[in-house]
Write a new protein. Structure first.
Length: 256
């Protein structure tokens, strides 16, 4: 939101206070744009980022760590990280209709807001989905789009390399170390992750669910042939590229 690297903004973690830095959205409002944001937000600025903003990440159906009490988690094929330090829901099936998800809510709020914009009125709209972040629980029919038997795995589960920046070694790996999960759990996680990506793609462009699933399955086949991790699907590619770039930048800062 500021365009500044962490060592200048002081923001290293989610919801760290930004202070009084100018935000990248401010010039749009100053130029007469209508601005709005709906969905997930991880900035804590004393400056308002958008003229209209509705913030939410999960709902009362599935949270980061648990399904609501009215649902039996064993009926939804749930994969959780070991209880300590956080029991993240890494995979499972969403127990209600797609329109009740937080992603569908963000989409509908954005569409309703767009209906208030005049055809010649400039605007800046941000729609931020929580998925495919945890909880990774695609709704039907996306929860069964991907055949679990078609999911390929790396040769072994990941473990921490010997040389890691401190923020990764002490911060990330204790919370998300894949070596604490079984190959079966990882296969399920990837199945539901791909299903979630297909659902999000439909929310973005109204695409065909089965066609999206076919793209992901083809990516898995190519990954198996090439002996490397999957990079299929625009959403997966975007996330991987951002993650790789972020790790590179932060590791370089740590070493300097």
């Amino acid at each position: 939101m500021t365009g500044l690297p962490p060592h200048e903004s002081g923001v290293w973690y989610n919801a760290s206070p930004v202070g009084r830095f100018d935000l990248l959205t401010t010039p749009f409002a100053d130029a007469g744009y209508r601005t709005a944001s709906f969905g997930k937000r991880h900035y804590a600025s004393t400056n308002g980022g958008f003229q209209t903003e509705t913030v939410f990440e999960t709902n009362d159906i599935v949270s980061y760590y648990a399904y609501a009490d009215r649902y039996d988690e064993s009926a939804y094929d749930v994969v959780k990280y070991p209880p300590e330090p956080y029991p993240w829901i890494f995979g499972g099936r969403y127990p209600e209709a797609p329109e009740t998800t937080v992603e569908a809510r963000a989409t509908q709020l954005a569409l309703d807001w767009l209906d208030t914009i005049a055809t010649d009125e400039p605007f800046l709209l941000r729609v931020s989905f929580n998925g495919p972040h945890t909880p990774v629980v695609p709704p039907p029919p996306f929860d069964t789009l991907i055949d679990e038997d078609a999911i390929t795995l790396p040769p072994e589960t990941e473990s921490a390399p010997q040389r890691l920046p401190r923020w990764l070694r002490d911060g990330l790996f204790p919370k998300a170390d894949a070596s604490r999960l079984t190959p079966e759990q990882i296969r399920k996680m990837r199945r539901y992750y791909y299903g979630e990506v297909a659902f999000l793609d439909q929310q973005e462009d109204g695409g065909d669910a089965e066609a999206d699933a076919q793209v992901l399955r083809e990516g898995e086949r190519l990954a198996q042939e090439q002996g490397r991790e999957d990079r299929s699907g625009d959403a997966v590619q975007r996330e991987q590229r951002v993650g790789e770039h972020g790790l590179y930048v932060l590791e370089r800062l740590e070493l300097e």
